[in-house]
Design a protein around this ligand. Structure first.
Ligand code: UDP
Length: 290
């Protein structure tokens, strides 16, 4: 029996680009589709939020009005969702796209009841268009929808390989965190998720599992805890507390019963490690990366 019945998965816009500099890499989307189908086939209800950064971000323009720039960003997320939804359909999944504003017949207007109906019909539900308001991000939309839809957990897929104190693309001395809690994310204004989203997570006790999307099979791995390779760490939410899972490959799952997992207080030095990692952001003093 799946431990988590309903998850909200975020795919950053950037991650859709694959090897490209802009737009969408269909090969990458195909890989995501297969992985998400695998998770869906386990009986998990999956909501998807996608960013727009592969096309446009509100702050991309220094010229036009911010409200309009953000509207373009929100429309970019709708384009992404339509595209990804079609790729998902091509591998046999049923999908629906909901937006917080009317997009004619392209999407349906978001309501919790409507989304629940789609979930009950076995559809993967895309929450496109962000919150519908400027000055927000898709991270905030992600947490908002997760709270509204009473998701068990958020899985936030990133294109960078960990949680840093500053952007490693900009600052070569950026420090990579081995553990961090949501309050620290807020207090230090860390960019792993934006501040409004982090506060919403904290206030509503919504767990968020952050993982890197670039490794093979990373979405399934994030859900199942099965990482290929040598040392892996994952902090998992376990009956209200968080434990460190260790092992060559974790024989268990964040969606299945936790009894198979090997829990340990042991810590590994992960500073030299650059493979798949997992971080859980929660309002308890934990989380880990490798
Ligand atoms: N956006 C917005 N309100 C929202 C969500 C998104 O105005 O509720 C706009 C904003 O301009 C943002 C863009 O849409 O820059 C794309 O979203 P985001 O930057 O979160 O995408 P990501 O970085 O995850 O690809």
């Amino acid at each position: 029996m799946a431990r988590f019945k309903r998850i909200l998965l975020k795919l950053s816009g950037e991650s859709l680009m694959g090897e490209k500099q802009y737009g969408i890499d269909e090969k990458r989307l195909g890989e995501y589709a297969q992985q998400i189908k695998e998770i869906h086939d386990l009986g998990v209800q999956i909501g998807i939020v996608i960013g727009g950064g592969n096309f446009w971000r509100g702050r991309s323009s220094e010229t036009i009005d911010r409200n309009k720039a953000d509207q373009i960003g929100m429309l970019a997320t709708v384009m992404n969702c339509i595209y990804v939804s079609e790729i998902f359909r091509s591998v046999g999944m049923k999908t629906a796209i909901l937006t917080p504003f009317e997009c004619g017949s392209f999407t349906k207007l978001f309501s919790k009841d409507r989304a629940n109906k789609y979930f009950e019909h076995g559809m993967v539900v895309f929450f496109a268009g962000g919150t519908g308001h400027p000055y927000f991000s898709t991270d905030t939309a992600l947490v908002l929808r997760a709270v509204e839809m009473e998701a068990d957990i958020i899985l936030s897929g990133k294109s960078i390989d960990g949680v840093y104190d500053s952007d490693p693309a900009v600052n070569p001395d950026a420090k990579k965190y081995d553990e961090i809690d949501i309050n620290e994310v807020i207090n230090q204004r860390l960019g792993v998720i934006d501040l409004a989203a982090a506060v919403l997570c904290m206030e509503n006790h919504m767990p968020m599992y952050v993982f890197g999307l670039n490794e093979e099979n990373s979405i399934v791995n994030a859900m199942t805890g099965h990482f290929a390779g040598e040392i892996r760490l994952a902090y998992l939410y376990d009956n209200g507390s968080v434990s460190l899972v260790t092992g060559g490959s974790v024989n268990g799952s964040i969606i299945d019963a936790q009894h198979d997992l090997v829990f340990s207080e042991e810590r590994y030095d992960s500073s030299a490690y650059s493979g798949p990692y997992a971080v859980l952001l929660k309002d308890v003093p934990v989380s880990g990366t490798v």
